[in-house]
Design a protein around this ligand. Sequence first.
Ligand code: BTX
Length: 327
Amino acid sequence: MMRTEIIKMLQTHRHDYISGEEISKIMNVSRTAVWKIINQLRQEGYDIESSPHKGYRLVSQSCDLNQSELEIALSGNDVIKRVVYLQSIDSTNKYAKELGHQENFESTLVIAETQTLGRGRLGRTWASGEKQGIWMSLLLKPTIQPTLAARMTLLAAAAVSEAIDAATGLCTFIKWPNDIILDDKKVCGILTEMSAELNHINYLVLGIGINVNQIEFPAEIQEKATSLKNVGGQDYNRLEIVVKFIEIFSKYYRLLIEENDFGTVIEYVVRKSATLDREVDVTAGANKRRVFAKDIDENGNLIVINESGEEEAIFYGEVSVRGINGY
Ligand code: BTX
């Protein structure tokens, strides 16, 4: 916490020096303690100049993900209370689920620079190259009926799509139920997992993988995966995207939980849908059917016209939906 306070001070004095003495007085700690924290911040990537008579000055903003910047982004946020930033982990979803087993856990953002066992749906793997993407999980306890949990996946999809568009100027689409598409390829996948009783959710984990600065993918996914950099032709700042995502996700989450408003999310998802108004293949296990994707209902289910010409709701679950020409 002291670290984030000191960063904030340096940021507000951006073009100026602030003396070690002033910081130590405000924080009520010794000047040596201030000096130690400044050194920790330098290790995190902050370029802090020090001058014997004037004090400290932030030369440039740290540009990448780190614990302190994420804490600043979350300060005052009542939806996500805590952040855990890790260099490497098997899977942020697995880590978040373990936290979810603790009594009275706090809603937490778990984010890692790389995952050694990143997972997709149905046990599939998720390529999570080091520092190339955003590999994160949100641990939450939404007060909604477990039967409505699919709403959370769409809520996350809307927030990711809107955040990417706002931070990069690119134009993403949403492929129901859990992918974000850019230039007809998958740029982000979402894996929702939960533990629930009949009428309440114990915890819900939204796992989100966004490909940001990769230029190559493993051969087996090269055809269907893309990154923001592949399409936009430049490096993108991951912190900026995460900060935007947190802001938009929290807004949609509050609307849903406090005002029971899910219409705003659906409206966005329908407008940005890569799935609707076209024929899609719906696959559940070995069963594959070609149907026409018509709409998304107020619970987030996909409404299709089936082989017999009847309307049918497809629920988020073990289905995969594919356009007949790729996405
Ligand atoms: P999915 O099952 O819909 O997609 C997984 C499939 O996508 C894989 O079988 C592969 O074909 C392809 N794929 C693998 N890696 C990538 C990639 N980096 N980009 C594009 N396509 C890829 C989607 O599952 C849900 C993925 C969630 C990933 C996040 S990352 C943080 C969190 N932790 C974790 O273990 N999973 C989630």
